[in-house]
Ligand binder design. Structure first.
Ligand SMILES: Cc1cc2nc3c(=O)[nH]c(=O)nc-3n(C[C@H](O)[C@H](O)[C@H](O)COP(=O)(O)OP(=O)(O)OC[C@H]3O[C@@H](n4cnc5c(N)ncnc54)[C@H](O)[C@@H]3O)c2cc1C
Length: 308
């Protein structure tokens, strides 16, 4: 849980009363805010400015609430019983501007699709590998996401965060690792990101985006969070596909009608029912079976929200 100094909390206290107006608080159903389509109710805030986002953090912290940040919810399995803290949904915190030579500045709730549209319109290359990932840039940066052997840490110049105070972290200070970053370790809210890009012809950028999209055509259909497990780091530092390990254990299609391991890509677990606990049970079973058969304990990439 975030905990701010009393001075910070006091300063935010003055703003509480206006909070509903600036951050649009509502009761949400998490199922409608995650790609899994699962999860119960939560109290959520939709700040549309950096000032509002910080005010919500201060407000929730002063109340002693836990805070969960959600972008597109494309890597989240939310509990059937919902979340008993405050959820900050960043999707209204969006916008992109050119930030000097070879850089763009994006608010964290801007989606990958919005950024790539901007890049095509303005002839900016370098981010095409993100094409088709159903995410906000804040979510991608928090998770150090990527595709085709490229990760967002290769484009991040700096990240503006809030963890009681507003700070700008250089790429180095983000401590990016495979599917990990400082921001996740300290549960800081990512407000905005500066990304490196390069000038190119719009047609070239559009072409590369469609090539990356083409590679994704074969991804499993159905409700999922993409890859459930992290790839496994071997002693020599290389990564071994978790999907391949699951497949080697004969688990393609494992599960039942309501939640099952995709036969096309064994690291996808598809939700075809109504309960997060059913999906969680399949995840736990897969972990146990892979451990028993191969002695490898898989680690979740999916982020759990709420109690299971
Ligand atoms: C069909 C499908 C395909 C996918 N393909 C890929 C892929 O090719 N590559 C890949 O890397 N991932 C992929 N994913 C997974 C997912 O899209 C990524 O993990 C993405 O980074 C999540 O972004 P999001 O905005 O949805 O974040 P969420 O899922 O909402 O959140 C993910 C995590 O980031 C945190 N977070 C989100 N926003 C912020 C913020 N502003 N500040 C601080 N923390 C924040 C959340 O608290 C949570 O811990 C795929 C998912 C699906 C459903």
């Amino acid at each position: 849980m975030l905990s701010y100094s009393s001075g910070v909390v006091k300063a935010f206290s003055r703003d509480y009363r206006n909070l509903a107006a600036i951050a649009c608080k509502k009761k949400i159903v998490l199922a409608q805010n995650t790609t899994y389509g699962l999860g119960g109710e939560a109290e959520a805030y939709f700040p549309s400015s950096i000032a509002a986002a910080k005010a919500v953090c201060g407000y929730l912290s002063s109340r002693g609430s836990k805070i969960f940040y959600i972008g597109c919810g494309s890597n989240v399995l939310a509990s059937d019983s919902g979340y008993d803290g405050g959820v900050i949904c960043t999707r209204r915190l969006k916008g992109i501007v050119r930030a000097g030579d070879g850089e763009i500045f994006c608010l964290s709730g801007t989606t990958v699709a919005q950024i790539l549209n901007y890049c095509v319109q303005n002839g900016l290359g370098g981010l095409e590998y993100l094409a088709g990932i159903p995410a906000t840039i804040g979510g991608i940066v928090a998770m150090n996401g990527g595709a085709g052997g490229r990760y967002i840490c290769q484009n991040v110049v700096s990240v503006k965060i809030f963890d009681g105070i507003t700070r700008t972290l250089s790429n180095k200070n983000c401590d990016f690792e495979y599917k990990q970053s400082t921001m996740r370790n300290i549960n800081a809210l990512i407000l905005a990101i500066r990304l490196s890009v390069f000038d190119d012809l719009p047609n070239n950028v559009a072409l590369r985006i469609s090539e990356y999209m083409q590679r994704r055509v074969k991804l499993p259909k159905g409700r999922s969070c993409g890859c459930v497990f992290k790839n496994v780091r071997l002693k020599d530092g290389s990564l071994m596909s978790a999907g391949a390990l699951i497949q080697r254990c004969g688990l393609a299609g494992f599960g039942h009608e309501k939640a099952f391991v995709s036969a096309e890509h064994c690291n996808f677990i598809i939700n075809n029912g109504y309960s997060a606990s059913t999906v969680r049970a399949v995840i736990d079973d897969v972990k146990q079976i892979v451990f028993k058969k191969l002695g490898v304990m898989l680690e979740e990439e999916v982020v759990y929200c709420g109690k299971f």
